[in-house]
Design a binder for this molecule. Structure first.
Ligand SMILES: Nc1nc2c(ncn2[C@@H]2O[C@H](COP(=O)(O)OP(=O)(O)OP(=O)(O)O)[C@@H](O)[C@H]2O)c(=O)[nH]1
Ligand SMILES: [Mg+2]
Length: 381
């Protein structure tokens, strides 16, 4: 990267380039964590080494990790007041963790970094003088520009990341070489301006930020080499991919239809297949009405399971609540079915074409099922 600017290689340079009072809090570093207790102490030490000349803080946003990451952070924070812990309960999500971490900070600049030591924290000392002196909104750590790299990431993961980067062009207002990067620094005000429009879905908070900002962001990229994970496990799984699709849908289809409703209808569509696939073999074994009834129950159950895992993944029912939720879902859908049939019948009686009457019935039934189940089954609006 040749940006014509003096690159601060020494800490003294960095301090000289950051126009803040000695006592003023300049930077909040947000580190989302889930089971990172083995990495936290090392990350704090490394941040101290590169930011120690500034007034800064690190906020660990932990989703109640079973390995007691939050307790460890709090213990360290007792002697290091620049270390903070924001512990969340009953939910998961890297993007929402970052959003809430940033919302809890008051520094004029924020940085987001993985807690697993895979990002090059020493870059923060370069980012800060650049973002202030150039009055930028955003500096992104990129693995895809000269000097950066994917490290030892498996070729399958590299290919996935590149594919996801290509897909991101659907929603990106400007080109970034590495919108999948979880490593960036931003002006807090610029992030705050985008906050009301953020999707919060999944793990790609940088892409969400860039796609949700009400105005184009003044930005630049700096290279870094992605390091291998030293301790702990990656949280990348099929759900991460699904969440990425949700983010893309939210920023495209979601502009016109609430995404949860869209997902609810997709799941409902899959229920039609489940229904027919159950009905087909059953009708040879039992009377048609019984087969239709059983198929209805099976498809409602599969709709419930899929909605619980996908559409309402953030307030997923577990244990005993799964059973009461299923019963309330049956009740809600039965009323929806009656509404569907009676509305369609009324339209048909009034002379509307069969397909208009039928579709209107399905729409009324779906809207009812969606609204009522989100209130009674998953207890939200
Ligand atoms: N608060 C919170 N943090 C999370 C969650 N999922 C992942 N993280 C943290 O986000 C950071 C990145 O997660 P990783 O699983 O390492 O994902 P990655 O770095 O993209 O993938 P790997 O290269 O496989 O490690 C780590 O600090 C995780 O602890 C979550 O649901 N909630
Ligand atoms: Mg990682």
């Amino acid at each position: 990267m040749d940006d014509g600017l003096r690159q601060p290689t020494l800490l003294a340079d960095a301090r000289a380039l950051v126009p803040f009072e000695r006592e003023q809090l300049v930077l909040s570093v947000i580190a989302p964590t889930f089971n990172e207790s083995k990495n936290v102490p090392e990350l704090i030490e490394r941040l101290e080494a590169c930011l120690g000349h500034l007034v800064w803080e690190v906020i660990f946003v932990d989703d109640d990790s079973p390995d007691q990451t939050a307790a460890l952070v709090r213990q360290i924070a007792q002697t290091k007041p620049y270390v903070r812990c924001l512990q969340r309960f009953g939910r998961r999500g890297l993007s929402t963790a970052v959003i809430e971490g940033i919302a809890s900070s008051s520094a004029p600049y924020v940085a987001v970094i993985d807690a697993d030591l895979q990002h090059d924290e020493s870059l923060l000392a370069q980012m800060l003088p650049l973002i202030t002196s150039r009055d930028l909104d955003l500096i992104v750590g990129s693995r895809y520009i000269n000097g950066g790299g994917m490290g030892q990431l498996s070729s399958a993961r590299q290919a996935m990341s590149k594919f996801a980067t290509r897909l991101s062009r659907l929603i990106m207002p400007f080109d970034l070489t590495d919108p999948m990067s979880g490593f960036f620094m931003a002006k807090r005000q610029s992030f705050a301006a985008a906050t009301p429009y953020l999707s919060g879905a999944g793990y790609k908070i940088l892409l969400d930020f860039v796609a949700s900002s009400p105005r184009p962001l003044e930005h630049m990229e700096l290279p870094y080499e992605f390091r291998p994970r030293l301790h702990g496990e990656s949280k990348i799984d099929a759900m991460v991919l699904f969440e990425y699709l949700v983010l893309l849908l939210e920023k495209t289809v979601g502009r016109y239809v609430p995404l949860r409703f869209f997902l609810f209808c997709l799941v409902g569509g899959s229920g039609v297949f489940v229904h027919l696939a159950t009905l087909f073999p059953l009708k040879a074994l039992v009377p048609f009405a019984a087969a239709q009834g059983i198929a209805g129950l099976v498809s409602m159950t599969s709709n419930f399971v899929l909605s619980n895992v996908l559409t309402y993944r953030d307030c997923r029912l577990r244990g005993r609540k799964l059973v009461t939720g299923l019963l309330s879902f049956y009740a809600v859908c039965s009323i929806g079915f009656l509404a569907n049939v009676s509305f369609a019948d009324m339209l048909y009686e009034r002379g509307y074409a069969w397909w208009i009457a039928g579709s209107a019935g399905v729409l009324i039934g779906s809207v009812w099922n969606f609204g009522a189940s989100s209130i009674f089954t998953w207890k939200r609006n």
